[in-house]
Design a protein around this ligand. Structure first.
Ligand SMILES: C[S@@+](CC[C@H](N)C(=O)[O-])C[C@H]1O[C@@H](n2cnc3c(N)ncnc32)[C@H](O)[C@@H]1O
Length: 274
């Protein structure tokens, strides 16, 4: 098969762009529910104990999926088509300009963005770059409110749908025939795994850990390893102020002035110049 056709098809499959789906009931704004949602939530709780769930067949909004605005039921990534295209753009620039280093995503959920990085390497027949897959594989940490005031009150750690096991993510790589010795998993909290990860050089860093703490841990431990000419991608800049603040603080502290370029309503990236 033609490589472009494969990569374009893969983007649609990874985002589940091509089909409608049964949506599991998931009231995101848990504190502001109307009475109907409150009742549904109670019923859902009882059903969940018996491993049932309330579902709705949904014709999802294609624009949302393009922009990575929804949490898909089956897709292997929630970042949407535009942010996958941004990975492809960064990849092409890195290869064209011979920028040395591995690729990493911190915060992988079901693994789709890292699966896509590996597919790009595979079709280009590159086998000397590792894709690092960093996650707790247990969801987000409870905010450390004493150290990181910006994460105060964040409830994402309570969302069990964000906790995807290591075995599931490995299985997802296998599903696409993309699991090999150049995929390395860093399991644990970023504050524990990233400082000692045996990574020498990076060409693409993708930060998608939502919290101030998770973003800052990625920046402090990985940005110094980013090659000149390499790319850093921030998934949650537009979606979460805490993430944006971590990036602003790190850039100010380290005198980083490269232009921040938008990808879509949430994602941004820049290319390291020095
Ligand atoms: C929004 S999801 C990532 C979405 C993913 N990039 C995709 O392609 O769909 C956030 C992920 O970050 C992980 N995470 C957040 N903070 C973390 C931390 N401090 N240590 C380890 N994992 C963390 C969660 O377990 C979750 O899998």
């Amino acid at each position: 098969m033609n490589d472009t056709l494969y990569i374009n098809l893969l983007k649609k499959v990874l985002t589940d762009y091509h089909r409608n789906e049964f949506r599991v009931f998931n009231p995101i704004n848990g504190n502001n529910l109307n009475w109907r949602l409150k009742v549904l939530k109670q019923i859902d709780k009882i059903l969940n104990k018996k491993q049932y769930a309330i579902c709705k067949f949904t014709e999802y909004n294609k624009e949302d999926r393009l922009e990575g605005k929804d949490w898909p039921t089956y897709a292997d990534t929630m970042i949407g088509l535009k942010r996958l295209e941004n990975i492809e753009y960064c990849f092409n620039e890195v290869i064209k300009d011979n920028i040395p280093g591995d690729f990493i995503e911190t915060g992988v959920w079901r693994g789709g963005a890292t699966i896509f990085m590996k597919a790009l390497l595979k079709v280009s027949k590159i086998d000397n770059r590792t894709v690092w897959v960093a996650d707790s594989f247990e969801g987000l940490p409870k905010p450390n409110e004493e150290k990181y005031n910006e994460d105060k009150g964040d409830q994402l750690y309570t969302f069990k749908e964000l906790a995807i096991s290591l075995e599931t993510v490995q299985g997802n790589f296998r599903k696409y025939d993309l699991l090999d010795e150049n995929i390395k998993f860093l399991k644990g909290w970023f504050k524990d795994t990233l400082p000692t990860a045996p990574i020498n050089e990076l060409a693409i860093i993708r930060l998608d850990g939502d919290l101030y703490e998770s973003t800052m841990d990625g920046l402090i431990n990985l940005y110094p390893k980013l090659s000149k000419g390499g790319f850093i991608i921030i998934d949650d800049w537009g979606a979460l102020n805490s993430c944006k603040q971590a990036v602003l603080d790190y850039r100010t502290k380290n005198n980083i002035s490269e232009e921040i370029r938008p990808i879509d309503w949430s994602g941004v990236f820049w290319r390291k110049e020095n």
